[in-house]
Design a protein around this ligand. Structure first.
Ligand code: URA
Length: 230
């Protein structure tokens, strides 16, 4: 909501009063004096009038979780344990997922209460790099490297995948970097080469790397530098 509307909607206030407060420099937004009527006020913003809090502002939360296999990437599920169930936090019900992993995929999962941040992390147009370690049933055909870099046609969505980088580490293991997140994308890419993905683990997203100290099921708060990656 715009700052002038936020101020005008307060009890015993109106638009004229709001503009007067702003013009006379009595309003602070997130600790800084603010005269900008159209500055954005969110649930996270602190708004003060003459140093008195009009809105405290909710704290933003950012977590990285090492998602184990068998836990579902959702906030609620009728059968499976969800990633939210793994968090021992009082405000965990206010969190949502910034991206998902399949039930049998492990690795980095990001959770937050900040919708703008999670949109930046997940919007296809943002092309955030996601790095996966992939284990396959059969030997990886080196032709995959060029084919993945060119892009593969997905008939269901009628699209060609964005260039992806494949680095073969062992006959049946590789690192794959994607810049988008299509449904079951990694499995479908290897599927086009008739090779089944038998292990999939996300190592990083948008420059945020899964902390190697975290065992499957463990989580920690993101650092300010990690939050700023997105
Ligand atoms: N690609 C997949 O096939 N599964 C995932 O969980 C993530 C990417």
């Amino acid at each position: 909501m715009r700052l002038d509307r936020f101020l005008a909607n307060l009890p015993h206030s109106n638009r004229r009063t709001a503009l007067h407060w702003l013009a006379s420099g009595r309003v602070c937004l997130d600790g800084q004096p603010c005269r900008d009527a159209i500055a954005e006020v969110s649930v996270f913003s602190q708004v003060q009038l003459d140093e008195e809090n009009l809105q405290q502002g909710q704290p933003r939360r950012f977590w990285m979780l090492h998602k184990p296999i068998g836990v579902v990437s959702a906030t609620q599920h009728p059968e499976h344990r969800t990633v939210i169930d793994l968090l021992d936090e009082p405000d965990r019900d206010q969190l949502h997922l910034a991206g998902r992993l399949d039930l049998n995929t492990s690795g980095l999962l990001l959770l937050t209460n900040d919708g703008q941040w999670s949109r930046r992390a997940t919007l296809p147009s943002q092309h955030k790099a996601k790095v996966y370690r992939v284990d396959t049933e059969d030997d990886i055909d080196p032709a995959c490297i060029e084919a993945f870099a060119r892009g593969l046609y997905f008939a269901y969505e009628n699209l060609t995948t964005l260039p992806a980088e494949l680095r073969i580490l062992a006959p049946r293991q590789a690192l794959l970097t994607l810049h988008e997140g299509r449904y079951h994308q990694v499995k479908r890419m290897f599927g086009q080469f008739r090779n089944k993905v038998v292990g999939l683990h996300r190592l990083s997203l948008g420059g945020i790397e899964l902390d190697p100290q975290l065992a499957p099921g463990q989580y920690r708060a993101l650092t300010p530098a990690e939050i700023a990656c997105i």
